[in-house]
Structure formats: C-alpha cells, structure tokens
Write a protein that binds this ligand. Structure first.
Ligand code: NAP
Ligand code: MN
Length: 274
C-alpha cells in the first residue's frame, strides 16, 4: 500500500516561556513520529504564541501562500487565528499524521503604495489591516471608490481591514465585525474632522471584492503607514490602493472554532459548554 508523504512543518514561536516550552515539546513529539521540520518549504506553518505570532508567521511565509497552510497554538488568551492549546500537542501531532490537505481559507488585503518616484512603489499583503496616519498635522486624503471620487477626508487617518482583521484594530475604531466568509474590505476613519466646512461619511464602509479603494494624499513626509504589526518606513507616498487580494490565507481545518463563538468568547464572556 502506498502511504502518502508526511507533512513537513515549520514552527514559529514567540519569546514567552510558555511558548518556548511548547515548542521544545512539539519538536520532540514531531521527531518521535518522524515528521520533518522544513523551514524553507513547509506544508504547514505552526505558530506558537498569540495572534501577533501568527501575523509574524504569515509575513514570513507570504511568498508561499498557494502552498502553505497555517495552524495556530495559543499560549495566552484565546486568539482569532489560534485554534489549539499548548496542552493539546499530542492530539495536534495525531492530526498532522492523518493530514489529507484539508483547509479553510480567508480573504487578504492587497495594498499598493505609489510613491512620487514611481520606481519606489511597493506592494504588500495584509492579514489584519493597513493604516495610514499623520501625526503632526491633519491628514488630508481624497478617497476614491473604483474610479469615482467619494470624499475628501480630514482627520488623523484611515484604516482598511480584512474580515479576520475586523476584530482587531478595526473594532477599536468603531468598525463592524465581518464574518470571514464575506469576501470584502472595510474602510474606517480615525478621528475624522466633521463640521460645517469639512464632511466625511463618518461611518465604516464595506466594499465588495470587485471594487477597490484608493487614497490620494497631500505631499508630506510624516505619514505613518502600517501593514499588520509592521510599520513601513516611507517618505514620499502619493497614493494608496486597496483591494481584496487574489491570494488567500489557508488554515488547516482539523478543528474549527465557530466564528461567532470566538467573537463571543473574546469580547462578551467565555462559553461554558464545550
Ligand atoms: P499587539 O499590540 O500585541 O496587538 C494588539 C492586540 O490585538 C493583541 O491582543 C492581539 O492579540 C490582538 N489581535 C491581533 N490580531 C487580532 C485579530 N485579528 N482579532 C482580534 N485581536 C487581534 O500587536 P500584535 O500582536 O503584533 O498585533 C498587531 C495588530 O494589533 C495589528 O494588526 C492591529 O490590528 C492591532 N492593533 C490594535 C490597536 C488598537 O486596537 N488600538 C492598535 C495597534 C495595533 P495577541 O495578544 O494574541 O497577539
Ligand atoms: Mn501580540
């Protein structure tokens, strides 16, 4: 009988004692079952820590999204990208041994940053969100939906989030929580100026996957641009374009916490029934 190849994994852990311990234990269990570690071309990337650790793992392997699946183990509080606990490693390894390539995928945000000097243009994928802010002065941005001018924004900044990112920074800015099966992006305002002279929509806005948002910015060198946990140093950004990426992030689907239960557990109260 032909046995299918075993999966190859890569492990990314944060620095906490609990995560480091879990990593050592997991490596031992993997070795016992002859599951190989392959940091260059893994089938499954395992992150140990929190959602932030999974974000780091995503950015480290974002060039391999079509091949790689992610799996999150949490060693702190319940996470949105982490389905496993550090005391379930045996069960996790058993699932890896029985792996049949099953996955669930979520939308990503495509960010295109155009600079004054065209050759400096940059391209990023975000798992949570991208924010553009200005600190020393009011940020002024002309916002377009597809080719059409929508509004002139004045305020601290703007954020564009994915559905899975909607429970992160987006939520703190008053954005809605979007189920990750919805292939869409959400634009939220950060402290917009609204008075008789200046006007913005003033509420979060959700666009579909066949639309895009662009922002034309005033010339300035003090914008703060972030893609997930990364801040992107730049000095001459002119225009930003956001769309639902063609790429998606895949997670192993050995187990799957119902999205609204996750939301309830994280923000309302922990469910008692298993
Ligand atoms: P961090 O400062 O440790 O993250 C802030 C918190 O956001 C952490 O509790 C983190 O969970 C949680 N988080 C991350 N992704 C989430 C998601 N998709 N849904 C719900 N909660 C989520 O920094 P980090 O861990 O590197 O994460 C970077 C993210 O932090 C950014 O993408 C942004 O969304 C978020 N952030 C939020 C604010 C705010 O709400 N005012 C400000 C800056 C950044 P863990 O503890 O499990 O890592
Ligand atoms: Mn964190």
């Amino acid at each position: 009988m032909l046995t299918p190849d075993k999966v190859k994994v890569s492990i990314i852990a944060n620095d906490s004692m609990k995560s480091q311990k879990a990593q050592i234990r997991l490596k031992q269990l993997l070795a016992d079952k002859e599951i190989k570690i392959d940091e260059k071309e893994p089938d499954i990337v395992i992150s140990i820590g929190g959602d932030g650790t999974l974000l780091s793992a995503f950015h480290r392997y974002s060039h391999l999204l079509s091949k790689v699946r992610f799996l999150g183990i949490h060693t702190g509080h319940l996470g949105f990208y982490t389905d496993w606990r550090d005391y379930e490693l045996e069960e996790l390894v058993a699932s890896l041994l029985a792996d049949e390539g099953e996955s669930v995928s979520y939308p990503l945000l495509d960010v295109y940053i155009e600079h004054k000097e065209a050759e400096k243009s940059q391209h990023f994928l975000a798992l949570n969100e991208c924010t553009i802010r200005r600190v020393n002065k009011t940020m002024v941005a002309d916002v377009f939906i597809k080719e059409d001018f929508f509004e002139r924004f004045r305020g601290d900044g703007l954020s564009v989030a994915t559905p899975t990112g909607s429970t992160a920074y987006n939520k703190s800015m008053g954005g809605a929580i979007i189920h990750p099966r919805i292939n869409a992006l959400q634009l939220t305002e950060i402290a917009s100026l609204n008075n008789r002279v200046y006007r913005t929509l003033g509420s979060p806005l959700v666009i579909a996957s066949n639309e895009w948002i662009s922002m034309k910015l005033d010339e300035a060198d003090d914008y703060l641009l972030s893609v997930d946990q990364l801040s992107i140093p730049q000095s001459s950004v002119k225009e930003l374009t956001f769309s639902v990426a063609n790429e998606r992030i895949k997670f192993t689907s050995y187990r799957h916490t119902h999205f609204w239960r996750r939301v309830k557990d994280a923000f309302i109260e922990e469910s008692t029934e298993e």
